[in-house]
Design a protein around this ligand. Structure first.
Ligand SMILES: *Cc1c(COP(=O)(O)O)cnc(C)c1O
Ligand code: SF4
Length: 355
């Protein structure tokens, strides 16, 4: 099963508890409209940026496999006329994606083996990860879950019962991670119901949300969303996902700043991507921009070897060299941990310096 094509996930938990007051605010309609107006083809992107589509290596097959999806706000941060723009490269479906490259597979990090209950992944001590939805506001071409079978995961509150029961029954779970897809594509009342179910479990102390929406669909950071995070439940931690300093300007910078100002611990994870951010300068600018906004660079991931993303792979030696140089230029807290996810390991594996 491939990712569902409708990026607006409204189905989870909606019917079961229709009497719970809705948290949806007028602003919610704004972000829905932004999502509905997202750019959905390589040709449209080329046109918006004044580029010759025939020079971009576009692929209809790649688009069919994993549709192009890019909100206008993100397009507005791309440089017109630059086919190598680092934001454009993250979202453009190109013919390299259709090549079969040995070692690049559909489930590179063992998510299927880690599925404990429908929608619940458990790999690491003390943490449980919920696939809150398969929907995203952007389709990142390097996504390690681009082939994940979201269709097998829960859609309604009843579907979530086994996962929530497992969390409630296991006192070792101190942190619940909402992931996906992007959990913030859920409408507020669906998200609120899920958060409230989790908050009702006394041993869960932290609620972590992994999301790219503050960066790609900044409208999503509404007052209602901030209220949900500061409603007195488990301590919220938001991990945003920016790969390049150019992503963290204008409305995206404001959205991220809002999270920080609301008192939410905000971290960033990035993926090392060839042609996007595989230079010292790109990583330095990203880290500086993050800490200027009050966001701590958490992880720099070595690319997961997912089928269709081989052209983004950067040698580990490049990553080592970049991170070693970052250490000599930035405060310690501004240097992310360079890690790779290895199937079966009890933690994300730090990539040691080879020298
Ligand atoms: C990455 C991941 C986590 C979080 O790992 P941290 O090192 O705590 O950021 C938790 N569960 C699963 C299944 C993961 O893939
Ligand atoms: S990287 Fe995140 S936001 Fe991008 S497609 Fe994958 S799950 Fe969605």
């Amino acid at each position: 099963m491939r990712r569902r094509r409708n990026p607006i996930a409204t189905s989870i938990l909606t019917e079961a508890h229709a009497t719970v007051p809705e948290l949806v605010e007028p602003q919610a309609t704004t972000w829905h409209r932004s999502l509905a107006n997202a750019v959905r083809s390589g040709h449209a992107l080329a046109e918006r940026l004044g580029l010759d589509p025939s020079a971009l290596g576009l692929s209809a097959d790649a688009e069919r496999d994993f549709p192009v999806l890019v909100p206008e706000s993100y397009v507005a941060r791309m440089r017109p006329g630059d086919p190598g723009d680092p934001l454009l490269r993250q979202v453009l479906a190109v013919h390299e994606e259709t090549l079969d490259v040995p070692g690049f597979t559909s489930d590179p990090v063992g998510d299927t083996d880690a599925r404990d209950q429908p929608g619940l992944l458990r790999k690491y001590a003390g943490r449980a990860l919920l696939i809150a939805t398969g929907a995203c506001a952007v389709h990142c071409r390097y996504c390690f879950r681009r082939h994940y079978a979201y269709g097998d995961d829960p859609r309604t509150l009843d579907d979530w019962r086994p996962a929530l029961k497992t969390i409630a029954a296991d006192e070792s779970i101190r942190e619940v991670i909402l992931s996906g897809g992007d959990p913030l594509t859920l409408v507020d009342h669906s998200l609120a119901r899920l958060v409230h179910e989790i908050a009702a479990v006394p041993h869960v102390r932290r609620l972590r949300v992994h999301t790219r929406l503050p960066v790609v669909l900044p409208d999503r950071v509404t007052p209602a969303l901030l209220d949900l995070f500061s409603s007195g439940g488990p301590t919220p931690v938001v991990v945003v996902h920016a790969n390049h300093a150019n992503e963290l300007v204008a409305d995206a910078a404001t959205a991220v700043r809002r999270l920080v100002t609301a008192g939410v611990t905000t971290l960033n994870q990035a993926v090392l991507l060839r042609g996007v951010n595989d230079t010292f300068e790109a990583q330095r600018d990203l880290c500086e921009r993050l800490v200027d906004l009050g966001v701590i660079p958490y992880y720099l991931h070595q690319l997961d070897r997912v089928a269709g993303a081989a052209h983004f792979e950067t040698p580990e030696s490049t990553g080592h060299a970049i991170v070693a140089r970052l250490r000599t230029h930035l405060p310690g807290y501004a240097v992310p941990q360079y890690v790779r996810e290895v199937r079966g390991e009890p933690n994300k594996v730090p990539l040691a310096r080879p020298f």
